[in-house]
Design a protein around this ligand. Sequence first.
Ligand code: GDP
Ligand code: ZN
Length: 356
Amino acid sequence: MRLELYGWNDGFAAAFAEHSRAGRVPGRIVLEHTHIYRVATEAGEPLARVSGRLRHRAQARGDFPAVGDWVALEPVDTGEARIHAVLPRFSRFSRRAAGDATEEQIVAANIDTVFLIGGLDGDFNPRRIERYLVVAWESGATPVVVLNKADLVPDPARHVAEVEAVAPGVSVHAVSARVPESLEVLRRYLGIGRTAALLGSSGVGKSTIVNRLVGFDLLRTQDVRITDSRGRHTSTARQMVLLEAGGVLIDTPGMRELQLWDSGDALGDAFADIDELAVSCRFRDCRHSNEPGCAVRAAVADGTLATIRFDSYQKLAAERDHQAKQLDARAMLEEKRRAKVMGRALNKHLKDKGAK
Ligand code: GDP
Ligand code: ZN
């Protein structure tokens, strides 16, 4: 298998040079299943686990490999290969790790194009697409909005225009998974070595589109059998495939369930009335507590805005701020820890040099 088909390029090759000297081979993760991975390499697709050293050095969940990552493998003739390093990612989608509100967990990496799928049935919601766009831009992937179920509306172009208005510079396409030819436009983003993934709420037609592009249902195809350390068998689907016509498609349960990292915009969405009032506050960053010229408090005072609604808004806003602070605090700790480790390494280096 030529790795270029999977997106290998000069950039990754350069990042891999040091690993190459250590006798390792490159590969791309096509499946992740509780600590075990399947990796596409030039010579087959071994199962692999993270090396003890990588696990030890990893400072956060985000340092572990995810689907789409390029890794340095220690080749094996039989048994499981060892993943020694994860190459730097050019894009990444993440979510909060389960049980830890502040830790980032990567759900997919090195995606060129992310198709933001929306449905043109009752689900159509430009505000939600706006929020997904924020997530997409943050990831480093290029978003493309796909309005599916165009067969259900008389004038899809109207909806395309509506989305284009809130998504400057982003391509917007109306398609119907029921009309296969209409999906051909998506192949434009799937040339050889180009990786795409789908994002969107449940029911918008992601499976149907994947089926059409791939020729089968990725997530429902249980084509990999894994025996875990306790001898139990499970079957797991591959989460990344090469398309016959060129390109790579990633479809993982994690991507499908992706929640928004920051509920900041979600809050504005749920309280559009307050957002609207806030436009008239004297200060753009008014927190509606005791700033002069606050239009929101004025609305509460004159009864235009129900006190109970304003209260619940404030409660949610406080929660969001608290969460943001936690994230900041964690980032700072992480920074300190890194500085300490670096400092120690430097001291040791200087001492070793002095001793010689
Ligand atoms: P997912 O949850 O995003 O993976 O959505 P599915 O692919 O499971 O689709 C949800 C429902 O929408 C299914 O009943 C599909 O048959 C239907 N559906 C998907 N694409 C289209 C479309 O283009 N037009 C119409 N009318 N229905 C569609
Ligand atoms: Zn205000």
